[in-house]
Design a protein around this ligand. Structure first.
Ligand SMILES: Nc1ncnc2c1ncn2[C@@H]1O[C@H](COP(=O)(O)OP(=O)(O)OP(=O)(O)O)[C@@H](O)[C@H]1O
Length: 282
């Protein structure tokens, strides 16, 4: 499968401080790739380098097979959508007028505005003035703007950090639909649950270094001891080990109709992050 993003031995220094250390990874077309790390680990710096807002100190980065510094701005703008903390919206204009400006810029029909507002659960809010919006609404408008020109590649820097669970779920559904259409998504997040739901593969970033990279399911399976936790009708919760002895006890409880639930004891992505990096994700 074709790689949309390629990063090799990327390093970034801010004065003498090393923000990124020997970072290498690639992102395939149509993949949702999660960059997970605590505050200050280098997530935004990576996005800025990949979107040509910052120059790397060394190493190579390419997007759509073209070194990032060589991409013409016009071509880049049309194929890429970026969502960061910087909303760059006009505070005194309405939601509609803000999005209309981008329709003109990207050569997109105005009818698309209603489609993207519905994607972010803001249908009917088009007349609201941007300065009167909540942080969560601003975040959703920024997402709507990034969806407007149907980019092939989306960079999302903590896209749901200000959203409530209902809107977060709505955004997840929208992102999954974009993925189904073939959009590639590079997502940074602190939220392991988000990574688990959305990402095909995740990289754990700690102090500017990638410490682990794989599919969430594989990471969990590799670290599972294959034991099972079983809740029984008499109120007990028991752990059954892998192997014939555990299987026999499971059979006996099933046969006696004593089982309420069974689940596997796999670690969460958060557990794995702590195990690998020795630190929490916040
Ligand atoms: N313009 C800058 N000048 C100096 N240092 C910087 C600059 N931008 C980032 N850094 C430093 O680089 C490191 C990585 O920062 P970055 O913003 O990429 O982290 P992050 O993982 O995105 O954090 P957060 O989750 O808080 O947004 C931090 O130590 C930060 O202080």
């Amino acid at each position: 499968m074709e790689n949309v993003i390629e990063v090799n031995a990327l390093e970034k220094f801010f004065s003498k401080e090393r923000a990124l250390k020997n970072v290498s990874f690639s992102v395939k077309k149509g993949e949702i790739f999660g960059f997970l790390g605590p505050s200050g680990s280098g997530k935004t710096t990576t996005i800025k380098i990949l979107t040509a807002q910052l120059k790397p100190t060394s190493g190579s980065t390419s997007v759509f097979g073209v070194p990032t510094h060589q991409l013409s701005k016009e071509k880049y703008r049309k194929k890429i959508g970026i969502v960061t903390d910087n909303t760059a919206l006009y505070a005194r204009l309405s939601v509609y007028d803000n999005l209309k400006l981008y329709c003109d810029l990207y050569d997109v029909p105005e009818s698309r505005i209603y489609e993207v507002l519905s994607m972010v659960n803001l249908a009917g809010e088009n007349k609201k003035i941007v300065s009167k919006l909540s942080r969560g609404m601003l975040q959703r408008i920024t997402l709507a703007r990034a969806f407007l020109h149907e980019p092939e590649l989306l960079f999302l820097d903590e896209p749901t950090s200000a959203l409530d669970p209902v809107n977060t779920k709505h955004i997840y559904e929208g992102l999954m639909r974009l993925k189904e259409k073939g959009t590639t998504i590079f997502l940074t997040t602190h939220d392991m649950n988000e990574a688990e739901i959305l990402c095909d593969r995740v990289a754990f970033l700690n102090n500017g270094e990638i410490q682990l990279l794989d599919a969430p399911k594989k990471l969990r399976q590799q670290r599972s001891d294959a034991s099972l936790t079983v809740e029984l009708t008499d109120g007990r919760t028991i752990v059954l080990p892998k192997g014939p002895a555990g299987a026999q006890r499971l059979f006996d409880h099933m046969n006696a109709n004593e089982i309420i639930s069974v689940y596997s004891n796999q670690p969460t992505l958060g557990d794995i992050f702590v195990e690998v990096t020795g630190r929490n994700l916040v």
